[in-house]
Write a protein that binds this ligand. Structure first.
Ligand code: ADP
Ligand code: MG
Length: 647
């Protein structure tokens, strides 16, 4: 019979630490929250070696009396709530009384503190859970906590610490979230003697946003402020003009009563508010604060309080969606759009100004819900421009030079050619090439509007149908192949072979391309620098959180390096755990082959159809693309015979 025993405190604390202290960044989050709760107006964070060696947080808050120091590191001991009733009115960041107990259980911990009514402070050490003597010491009013050798008593956790760069990325993110939530507090962050951030108390939230995310984002921000009088919920903050967006939702900062939270439903509301203003796969950028009476929300649903439960989630959803919709309705997005267009045109090929103007107007009309009036908005514009109206969001982005242009099939053959040279195809299709220089095709459908192939055009072994399928035969019957899937597969095998042989062609960029990322993104990218180099993408740190791309695979020449790097980062950060090198490489190979492959809608020349089919041994009929769609269908001879009632 199993016997039940009460676990010793040290085990309880280690279990709690397992839940809330995942890595150095978690310590920073907990200690910063304590300092904020202590009413500090200045908080200094010092880190060494990504936090594995030292984390020090010093504040000028209320301090802890010497006789309370032991209690501060005891589990379930807190000054923030007294009884269960208080749980429903929590205004402080902490209330579980677990953080200091957990941290001091798994590190060498030193706390020094002084309250305002004493002339000297007291200090106490805790070595992996063992409390030392409390001794008087000289120190300023406030509390300073040092955490050394984190996870010294839990070696498995310690082994899981990533590189300094990655851990620093997570630390910066934790720091950013708290520093954004409390603009009236002066924060500093130092790593290995280098000051990364010095953020004086700020009345203007935008200033702090600019410090973290750059001027370009700062310039694109629109202020919103809305109060629901009935529910007493105030929603305020900034959302970015749709000219700025990201390929993931990590630039959506939501603060509930000064606490950073993640909330799927509100992220969805945000996405809905921008519907039609952003391309699919792009996410809005937003920095929003929700303030509501504490009893309207339950913050006790998640160990690190990252998620909360609203009493009336539906109402908050509608408030967010409604506020943003009416903001877009009343804003003249045009002004900012011109800015974006002007900026882009510095670097990008010239944009037809009349066309850009027109699209901006359509964009504003869209935002104002005046879609029905579009026709009048274009009157006076040259005829040729009316063709793309239904595709406004796509064209809008194109006009600003943000989308990779539609690539004529021929140009893509900068890629190591698995297929014969494409001059023929290019010549044949010269009239389908979109206008050069980032201008819009007169009608977006033009590239696909092909004449039916003449008999001489036909391949002897395969036939392209609808510019997307190739029909051929094998010994068992008729095979219909998805052209994109087959080409992707062929490229995947070829690139893999090259990468394994160390022969991936890469081009050194004439002007290295800087990509500004968030700290954790930059950390994740630099962590896989070697793997990236093996596929021809060379990156270097460039100060702050900017990474420069100095070399790039020749076969991706037509796709923006920054875009590819962002996708790489997305892959790296999307999983629960950090993928190993093989997984990363495999993901990258898939991404590159998918991006470089012909698309559905691309017309193929006879030679291309033949060349593709010659490689079809690489391709199994049963193969499914990553989205689970079949990539080839076989209609057996027997099946056909049956259908034709021959048997
Ligand atoms: P919680 O924050 O949930 O109360 P912690 O373990 O983080 O639990 O902290 C325990 C207690 O120690 C707090 O309730 C607070 O009274 C005290 N404390 C911790 N850090 C500080 C600080 N920087 N300044 C003043 N008091 C602090
Ligand atoms: Mg706390």
């Amino acid at each position: 019979m199993p016997t039940i025993t009460q676990l010793p405190t040290s085990v309880i604390n280690k279990i709690a630490a397992g839940e809330v202290i995942e890595r150095p960044a978690s310590v920073i989050k907990e200690l910063l929250e304590n300092s904020v709760d202590a009413g500090a107006t200045r908080i200094d964070v010092t880190i060494e070696k990504g936090g594995s060696e030292l984390i020090r947080i010093a504040d000028n808050g209320c301090g802890i009396a010497p006789e309370q120091l032991k209690l501060a590191v005891a589990s379930h001991a807190t000054s923030k709530i007294k009884d269960a009733e208080d749980l429903f009115h929590v205004r402080s960041m902490g209330f579980r009384g677990e953080a200091l107990a957990s941290i001091s259980e798994v590190s060498h911990f030193l706390i020094r503190s002084r309250t305002h009514d004493t002339s000297a402070g007291a200090e106490m050490t805790v070595t992996a859970g063992t409390i030392g003597e409390i001794a008087p010491c000289g120190c300023p009013i406030g509390t300073s906590i040092e955490v050394r050798n984190l996870f010294c008593s839990t070696p498995v956790r310690r082994k899981f610490l990533r590189t300094t760069q990655t851990e620093m990325g997570h630390i910066s993110e934790a720091f950013t979230r708290i520093a954004l939530a409390h603009p009236k507090v002066h924060f500093t962050l130092k790593h290995n003697e280098r000051t990364l951030f010095d953020l004086p108390a700020d009345d203007d939230w935008r200033e702090r946003l600019v410090t973290f995310f750059g001027q370009e984002i700062g310039d694109s921000l629109l202020w919103i402020d809305n109060r629901d009088d009935e529910s007493s919920v105030r929603l305020s903050g900034y959302v970015a003009n749709p000219s700025q967006s990201r390929s993931n939702n990590r630039m959506q900062y939501l603060f509930l009563n000064e606490r950073f939270i993640r909330d799927r439903s509100l992220q969805h509301a945000l996405g809905e508010a921008y519907r039609g203003l952003l391309m699919t796969g792009r996410y809005p950028i937003a920095f929003l604060r929700l303030d509501m009476p504490a009893e309207m929300v339950d913050v006790n649903v998640h160990p690190t309080k990252l998620e909360v439960r609203f009493q009336d989630g539906g109402r908050v959803y509608s408030q967010l969606l409604g506020t943003l919709r009416s903001k877009f309705l009343s804003s003249d997005l045009t002004a900012n759009e011109s800015l974006a267009a002007a900026k882009t045109s510095d670097k990008e090929p010239a944009v037809d100004p009349a066309r850009a103007q027109q699209l901006r107007r359509e964009m504003t009309d869209w935002a104002k819900g005046a879609a029905g009036d579009r026709q009048s908005a274009v009157s006076g514009q040259p005829e040729r421009e009316s063709g793309s109206q239904q595709r406004m969001p796509l064209s809008y982005d194109r006009a600003l030079g943000r989308l990779p242009e539609f690539q004529p099939f021929g140009e893509r053959r900068l890629a190591p050619p698995p297929l014969p040279p494409l001059q023929d195809a290019t010549d044949q299709q010269a009239n389908h090439t979109p206008p050069a220089g980032g201008q819009l095709a007169a009608t977006p459908e033009a590239p696909f509007a092909q004449a039916a192939p003449t008999p001489q055009d036909r391949s002897s072994i395969g036939l392209q149908l609808h510019n997307r399928y190739i029909v051929t035969e094998n010994e068992t019957g008729m095979v219909v192949i998805d052209q994109h899937a087959l080409h992707e597969r062929v490229l995947y095998e070829q690139i893999r072979e090259k990468v394994l042989a160390g022969k991936m062609e890469s081009q050194r960029l004439l002007v290295p391309e800087p990509v500004s990322l968030t700290a954790d993104e930059a950390g994740a990218a630099l962590d896989v620098k070697e793997t990236l180099a093996s596929i021809g993408i060379e990156i270097e740190p460039f100060g702050g959180d900017t990474v420069v791309i100095s070399a790039y695979p020749a076969m991706l020449a037509n796709i923006s390096p920054a875009e590819v790097l962002r996708q790489v980062v997305d892959i790296l950060l999307s999983g629960e755990k950090t993928p190993d090198r093989r997984d990363v490489l495999d993901e990258l190979l898939h991404m590159i082959s998918c991006k470089a492959a012909i698309k559905a809608g691309d017309r193929l020349s006879v030679e291309e159809v033949d060349a593709l089919l010659e490689q079809r041994h690489l391709f199994h009929d049963t193969h499914h693309c990553p989205h689970g769609r079949p990539t080839a269908l076989v209609f057996t001879r027997e099946e056909l015979d049956k259908r034709f009632k021959r048997i």
